[in-house]
Design a binder for this molecule. Structure first.
Ligand code: FES
Length: 103
């Protein structure tokens, strides 16, 4: 699937910002929640994931690097910020379109 076909699900954005997910850099639309950004990167798997999108299920939880400590975020509610480093994902956050497995 092509994210351009699904523009309506994203908040309006003028540019992409860089974030890091498990040590790899990706470009995602500014002004959107992190979960939308994951959907931008892996449309099929995130669209089919078990997500409430309204802070109830906690399946979208991720952890970012916050000055060397992990900080939990609810990705359906947290807005993306340039340079964010996501170091851990809830098991429901499957980004199958990304080559994240370094092992
Ligand atoms: S998707 Fe359910 S809490 Fe974020």
């Amino acid at each position: 699937m092509n994210p351009d076909d699904y523009k309506d699900i994203f908040e309006p954005f003028d540019r992409l910002v860089e974030i890091e997910i498990l040590g790899k850099t990706f470009e995602v639309p500014e002004n959107n929640s992190l979960l939308r950004c994951f959907q931008y990167l892996s449309l099929d798997s995130v669209s089919k994931g078990d997500f409430c999108w309204n802070r109830d299920c906690m399946n979208c939880q991720v952890w970012i690097d916050n000055n060397g400590k992990e900080k939990a975020l609810i990705s359906c509610r947290a807005k993306v910020k340039e340079g964010m480093k996501i170091v851990r994902l809830h098991e429901e956050v499957v980004l199958e379109d990304l080559d994240l497995d370094d092992s």
